[in-house]
Design a protein around this ligand. Sequence first.
Ligand SMILES: *Cc1c(COP(=O)(O)O)cnc(C)c1O
Length: 234
Amino acid sequence: MSLIKENIEVIKKEIETICLERNREPKDVTLIAVTKTVDIERIKEAIDAGITNIGENRVQEIMDKYEDLKNYANFHLIGHLQSNKVKYIIDKVKLIHSVDSMKLIDEINKRAEKSNTIVNMLIQVNVAREDTKFGIDINEVDDYIEYASKFDNIKVQGLMTIAPYFEDAEKTRPIFRTLKEKFDELSNNKYNNVEMKYLSMGMTNDYKIAIEEGSNMVRIGTKIFGKRVYNSNL
Ligand SMILES: *Cc1c(COP(=O)(O)O)cnc(C)c1O
């Protein structure tokens, strides 16, 4: 078995164990393979091992890989998105995880309308209020949901966060718990074009804790493909 396949099997097994302990359905947790810096050949190995969702953090990389992979996997944009680049990916991504400004909501809706489509998005929340990370403050989430609910060509499908890196992943737990509470609170409200369906949290270092705290979408790169090698040609 290839190493990539082996890694995916291990992760799937872990997701299953955590879910069964908590009376949740393993299939309700979506595993997104984060493929930034990973070449097409290795991504195809992951697809052969059952991966159907891949995450990229740069618009350019989605454009470069789209034709080769569009028939095999759904693309997720998980990195910061500049308004002026929305047009390049509007018809290529299944879900934008990183919506972090009202201006970006305006632009996504405008481009979606032009393409005669509806674009799914998550609001990125900087729960830990780290200066180095994108995302809105948790206190702004209600305003964003209300704002987004007024547009017809977008659908807010949930929330996303990136926890700070801690050697001891246990320290991320309160962050995930806080966002899950917000997610549940919003799930009780009825807004147009808003459905709290996905809670995207958890990466290589902390996905087990994230799932324990209610994540249903994990974004994993290193544990599947190994340490990333940044190549200036990519
Ligand atoms: C790179 C990246 C990941 C994956 O990180 P790993 O630690 O390699 O699993 C997840 N989410 C986002 C937003 C990323 O940029």
